[in-house]
Design a protein around this ligand. Sequence first.
Ligand code: XMP
Length: 518
Amino acid sequence: MTQHDRLLVIDFGSQVTQLIARRLRELNVYCEIHPFNKVDDAFLAAFQPKAVIFSGGPASVYTTGAPMPPKGVFDLGVPILGICYGQQVMMHCLGGHVEGGHGTAEFGRAFVTPTPDKLPLLDGWFAAGDEQVWMSHGDHVSKIAPGFQVYGTSPNAPFAITADPARHFYAVQFHPEVHHTPKGAKLYENFVRLAGFTGDWTMGAYREEAIAKIRAQVGSEKVVCGLSGGVDSSVAAVLIHEAIGDQLTCVFVDHGLLRLGEAEQVVSMFRDTYNIPLIHADESALFLGALEGVSDPEVKRKTIGRLFIQVFEKHAKSIGGAKFLAQGTLYPDVIESVSFSGGPSVTIKSHHNVGGLPEKMGMKLVEPLRELFKDEVRALGRELGLPASFIGRHPFPGPGLAIRCPGEITTEKLDILRRADAVYIDQIRKHGLYDEIWQAFAAILPMKTVGVMGDGRTYDYALALRAVTSVDGMTADYYPFTHGFLGETATRIINEVKGVNRVFYDCTSKPPGTIELE
Ligand code: XMP
């Protein structure tokens, strides 16, 4: 999207760098995050940023090998905003001084007091006195660089807000990107206004450009798209179809582990509403056969992943010579984050996707959502006219109900689970809670319990209900349903779904739990 004004975020490894990009995108500003060690002067010349932001980070500028920006960034003549470590690195590079220790660390809420001088970056700040900000620093600036002035102080950060207004260099010790800095969004708004951004990053514009880009990339070749029924692959498919029409074929693999009515919904939406050529590959017998007797979660995931690729490849071949594979990859998946710990992280679960497929099949990738965050994909979906109920759907994992059925999978258990899950989701919708919850589902537990119904003894399955709030699925908290809601839901499930006589609610957050049971 070279025609947009571009802002470059240089990442020094902060946990919250992605939030900077979120705040900027909300202002209709196009930005990209790149790790400090990948940004050199040649990169800057090619990228041509209209402004630059230095993120926070865990390092100390005075240690050897500390992460630094390229020298040339200060000669670009564009506004720069340094945040936390970004402030310290800016002072360090421009002739100031940074120190650690001496009890000057600050973590959490702090209040910044203004100095008498006015700074346009702070328009809208300090109207009602000191402003609350969120600090997280061990080191602090002890001497500001020549040309800089102080515009705000906090008890442990005498240089909480500093700037050299002539050069448009701004540096703050706190994190304006987090919600605990209530006026943080205003600070970003002021910064991009001062940098001359026009807010030209809109979904309408993105749609037009993405379509042109897909046409240029694909030409008259065929594209195949694996459709899961989730928001990302659906939006990608509709967008690509708008660009190249029937050169696109979608393959929807039904592994027999979908929710009640799900396959019908997906097929009717794509084939009937959108007229997109769709192969509905009903491969449930293959998948369920391979999963017979399998109870280990990782073996389940790997079996499903392997079969998915095999089936997808078979059907993709059947459409004859597709050169491109479309995927709903999002921006958070492609941001290369800076790791200071080094080494691979522990595998908690092997999330199933079509990794490795393009190389194996000798195909090129079409990924029209690579620059978007999840909520932007939803906005694009709305722009493309996808139904609101579809766009707001909770995420559903690739291995489907297999990982909501801990232990061995049987068709009996899947059938009970499908019906119970439908009642649970119906309850959530009826109570108007669906959009407040990030993800909700039922899981069938690998145990039977004794109950009494009417005058008889029952010996039936127990269910766990799960509902979480989350921003990105990386961490999550359980949803605090009222006891009334839980009681009513348990009663409905037991009355309406034969084979269940007990219902539990899962109150585990992530960590220590995970969202799915397996
Ligand atoms: P966990 O259980 O790891 O889940 O806390 C985090 C989010 O990822 C989804 N999930 C998956 N999605 N393939 C997917 O496409 C998978 O194998 C998979 N496993 C978990 C899960 O539903 C939640 O949204």
